[in-house]
Every structure is written in C-alpha cells, then in structure tokens.
Write a new protein. Structure first.
Lengths: 180, 425
C-alpha cells in the first residue's frame, strides 16, 4: 500500500534533522577513531574523546529515532491487525495511536524539564552544561510524538486504515534491495 | 501489578503499537503504580544511551553498509559456493555459510540477513527453489549466525549483566557452528525431497581463486576478535576499526563504493541506530521499574520453590525465553530478563558465560519466530512474500534451532571450551 508521506514540519526542518544526524555520525566515527589512535600513536591519550563520543551517540540515536518515526520503520507487530476486519482495525489503530500520542507527549515534556534542570550541572571532562547531551532525549521523543499525533489524526479522519503502514511514494528503496 | 503490566504490554503490542512505545508506556504506568516519580523514565533513556559500549551499534551498522555497497557480500557468496557447490541443495548451504562469514564482520543479524539474502534469494529462486523455502533459508541463516561474534546483542548483554564481552564473543563461535549444522541438515533434507539443484565442482583451484577474492573481508573477523581478545581494543574501538577497514576495502581495494553512496549509507545508519536505541532505552526503563518492584527477588524465590535441579532450571529458562521471544524482540528480552535471570542462574551454579550463550541462542530462535522475528521480516522484505507462503518451510528451521538450543544448553563444553582455551576464563 502506498501512502503519501505525512507532512509534519517543513522540509527545511527535516533537512536540518537529517543533516545534523549525519554530521554527528561522522563526528562520532572521527572521535572514536581518535581515541584508538591517541592511545597507540600519541604518548598521552586524549581524555575527552570517550565523553564526547557518548554524547554524540545520544544525539545520533535520538535524531535517528525521529527519522525512523517519519519513515515508519520503528518495530511493531502487524500480524494480528492484518487478520482483523477493517472496521475493527480502524478502532484499534485509533486507540493505540491515542495512547502512543499521549505517552510520547508526556514523556517529551518530562524529558524537556529534565534537560532544563540539568543546565546547572557541567559534564566531568568537557565541562559543557549537561543539558546539551540531555536535550537529545526531548528532541527525539518530540519528533516521534509529532508523527504519532499526525498518524492518529489521519486514522480517525479515515484517510488511512491504520497508523504506521505502507511505503512512502517518495522514499528511497531500502538500502539492500537497491543493489542488483 | 506485574500481571497488569505484562498484560498491558502484550495488549499494546498486539494492537500494533511500536515496541519502544509499548515498553515506554508500561514503564511509565509501572512507575506511577509503584509511587516512583515518572521522570525516572526519560532519566533511564539518557542514562542507558550515555554508554560507551553501545556506540559500537552505529559503527557496526555503518561497517555493514559500507561492505554491502563495496561488493563484499558477493565475494563471500562466491567463496562459499566454491566450498560446498556439489552437495545437493548447495545454494541453500551457501546462504548459511556466507551469512555466517558476513556475521563475523557485522554486529547485527538483521544486517547479515539483508546483506546475503539480497544477493542469494533471487539466485535460489532461479535455480528452482520454492520462493518460500528461499526466504526461510535466508532468515534461518541470519538467526543461526546470531551467535557469531561480534554481536551488538552480546555487547548489550555484557553491559547489563557485567559479564566479559570478550568471553561472550568467543563463547558464541562453536555454538554458532552447531546452529549452522542443524540449519544445513534441514536444507539437505528439503533438497533431497524436492530434488534441488547441485552446482558444478570448481575443484581446488576454484576454491583458491574464490578464497583469494574473499580473503580480505575474511581477515576482518580475525582483526576484530583478535584485537578484543588480546586487549588491544575495546569492542567499541574494534567497531571503529571495522568501519575503517570496510571503507578501505570498499573504496580503495574493490573500488565499488561511490561517493554518492555515502550519504545513503549514513542516513540508513542514523535511522537504524534510532530504531535500536528507542527499544534499548524503553526496555531499560521497564527493566528498571521491574527491579524497583523487586521482581528478581520474587522470581528467584519462585524458581527455587519449584526446583533445585540446574537442568530443570535451564529448561524453565528456555521455555520462558522462547515464549517471550514470540512477542518481544531480542534487545528488550536481553535488557529485561538478563538482570533478572542472572542472579538466579548464579544460585544454581551455572557458568555466567555459558548462561549468556544460552540467552543468545534463545533470542536467536526469536529472530525467525513470527510475529516478531526480525530476520524473518528482513528476508520477507527482500522476497516480498507473505508469511503464509513461508510458514511451512520455516517451521522445520525453527524446530532445528530449538534442537540446537537444547544441545547448546546441555553441553556446556561447546560454549566454554574456547573461552577457557583462549582467555583462561
């Protein structure tokens, strides 16, 4: 089933999210590599690489979670939904969607407050405010929340049978099947 | 409280909620129900992701992507073909052998299934294999190879239960071969019954030629394992070496990787990392709540009241994990059940490394168990087949891997001989 990609946030925002995710991934690789090199090449290993790599990873992971929400590739089980009558599926999908939306909004807000409250504390080695790595959590969860809400609205309106199914018209083929 | 939480989890999963969201909701409810502030849930998200070993996940995914675009899968398949060509059903065995080799480079069974399946499923269909069988073979090969190090799941297990990741890695090697023999035996039986094709024997020169082509990728597992075992690098550092080596092979040696492929691979890596991370984070939040509810203590008391025999305990563990494996993915099972089961296993005097291998073999079966089997999904995505067309062929492989699990469970030597030999563990 092909469905049009849900438009949540403008393309410019997504270009930033994707670009940031990929740049931070590159930095993550570079930092980890630097850690190995500094231990075996330099006489004195660098002390900041491990902490920097960990914080980069948190950001890569949470931005990736947002991207996965847009591409609808988060794990879920659809085997039983496939066997239910369409009317029931719509009801179930709407309910699940509401639960997911409420939860994701609540946890995004909690994560946002948590990140704010960590602004007063500095990280041990880099001495940057701990809110910088912490903010990855509300950002990623909020992106997921936006898509959960958008999907649920579509399901309730009836423009889609159930949330999170189908392939986008403008999506790249999956990595591997693109290969001959 | 506990039956309610697990009931809600199953209900949400059946209703089609995302696995990470479902785990997060029950963690949230559990925290509310036990009077813990709910902020503990996002706090656990950060605490568990803020981990150096986990960085190996995006790195191994990236290495896999680079190798796939760099033409590594094809060379491994060619080499495996030269090795087992003249056996009946050999192409099916090639899939198992090359997935196992691929698994020695990449850390994710799904990635291995995709990398080899995308090259071999259509080839099997062309040679007259029923499409359902071809899909089942690719999926079962990925599940079978899940015990081959390096493995993101083993890294997660090692970090949640404090068992040496290096020991878990090396312990998986022989059990992976046991798995592989079971899978190949089933493929052979299918081949005899269906009269599947054999491939021409290319002789020793053929093996040497294909082997030379595949030799560079095959060096990589040696570098990764050797480096970790000798203490030269941590699993995470080994993963970055794998990225570097994969890039070198793909871009410099084979020259099949194009510059415009890099953003695609990076995008895929970031997104897949996100999928894995949400499940890890939400599962740890749920596991934290279960610990706060003193589940490990209750479970230990219950199990001890049922049996004092280690073999009965292991049987119970296997049944429990297989049942969980039907509705949960490997990572949440490892994160939730690992810390709960380990203290109990210890009280029964079971070796922690052997117990780790048992858990991995269980989640390995889960990889092809519907409805949550990720290797099954990966293979289905490649062949585009519905589950009903595969199930008949898949079932023998599931049973085969369960039989292999029993061997791995009750013959500890398979898991413990190599670690004792190589790191004196």
């Amino acid at each position: 089933m092909k469905v049009p990609r849900l438009r949540v946030l403008g393309p410019a925002v997504w270009r930033i999210v994707e670009g940031l995710g990929m740049v931070l991934l590159a930095l993550l690789v570079a930092t980890t590599l630097l850690q190995v090199l500094s231990r075996y090449v330099l006489s004195k290993p660098l002390d900041w690489t491990e902490e920097a790599a960990r914080y980069l990873f948190v950001w890569v992971a949470m931005l990736g979670a947002g991207m996965a929400a847009r591409d609808r590739v988060h794990f879920f089980v659809d085997l039983l939904l496939e066997r239910m009558p369409p009317g029931l599926v719509r009801g179930v999908a709407a309910l699940t969607g509401i639960v997911a939306s409420v939860f994701l909004l609540a946890i995004s807000w909690a994560a946002f407050e948590l990140a704010l409250s960590n602004g007063v504390q500095d990280s041990p080695v880099l001495t940057i405010p701990m809110s910088i790595p912490y903010f990855a959590i509300p950002v990623g969860l909020a992106l997921m929340a936006l898509f959960a809400i958008g999907d649920t609205v579509q399901v309730i309106r009836g423009s889609r049978l159930r949330a999170r199914s189908g392939i986008h018209e403008d999506e790249e083929p999956p990595l591997s099947t693109a290969q001959p | 409280m506990i039956p309610f939480l697990f009931g809600a989890l199953v209900l949400l999963l059946v209703a089609g909620a995302q696995v990470g969201v479902a785990l997060g909701v029950v963690a949230w409810l559990g925290a509310m129900g036990s009077g813990v502030p709910t902020v503990v849930v996002p706090q656990r998200f950060f605490t568990v992701l803020d981990s150096f070993p986990l960085i190996s996940a995006p790195l191994f995914i990236l290495a896999g992507g680079l190798m796939e675009y760099g033409g590594v899968s094809r060379r491994l398949v060619n080499f495996a073909m030269a090795l087992v060509g003249p056996i009946r059903g050999s192409l099916g065995m090639v899939v198992l052998v090359s997935t196992t080799m691929m698994s020695g480079v990449s850390g994710s069974s799904t990635a291995d299934t995709v990398a080899i399946g995308s090259v071999t499923i259509s080839a099997m269909k062309k040679r007259g294999y029923p499409a359902g069988l071809a899909t089942a073979i690719a999926a079962a090969s990925g599940a079978s190879a899940s015990l081959v190090p390096p493995s993101i799941d083993m890294i997660i297990l090692g970090s949640v239960v404090n068992v040496s990741i290096a020991a878990l890695f090396i312990a998986g090697l022989l059990p992976a071969i046991v798995n592989g023999l079971f899978v190949m035996a089933i493929t052979y039986i299918f081949a005899l019954r269906l009269g599947l094709a054999t491939e021409p024997w290319t002789g020793l020169t053929g093996i040497l030629k294909a082997g030379r082509e595949a030799s560079l990728p095959l060096v990589m597992p040696v570098i990764i394992l050797g480096g970790i075992l000798s203490g030269v690098f941590t699993p995470t550092e080994a993963a970055v070496v794998a990225v570097l080596y994969a890039f070198f092979l793909a871009a410099v040696v084979y020259r099949e990787l194009k510059l415009r492929d890099l953003p695609k691979i990076a995008y895929f890596t970031v997104r897949t990392t996100g999928v894995v991370a949400i499940v890890i984070a939400a599962a740890s939040a749920f596991a934290w709540v279960l610990t706060a509810l003193r589940i490990p203590q209750h479970l230990t008391a219950f199990v001890v009241s049922v049996t004092r025999e280690p073999w009965q305990f292991l049987l119970l563990v296997n049944i429990l994990l297989l049942v969980l494996g039907t509705f949960l993915e490997a990572i949440p099972i490892i994160i939730i059940m690992g810390p709960i089961l380990y203290p109990v296993a210890q009280s029964f005097g079971i070796d922690p490394v052997h117990f780790g291998t048992i858990i991995m073999a269980n989640t390995g079966v889960g990889f092809i168990m519907p409805p949550m089997g990720v290797c099954l999904y990966a293979a289905m995505a490649i062949s585009g087949l519905r589950l009903s067309k595969i199930l008949g062929y898949l079932l023998p492989y599931i049973l085969g891997l369960v039989a292999s699990l029993m061997v791995i469970t009750y013959v500890p030597a398979f898991s413990l001989w190599l670690p004792r030999l190589m790191i004196g563990k």
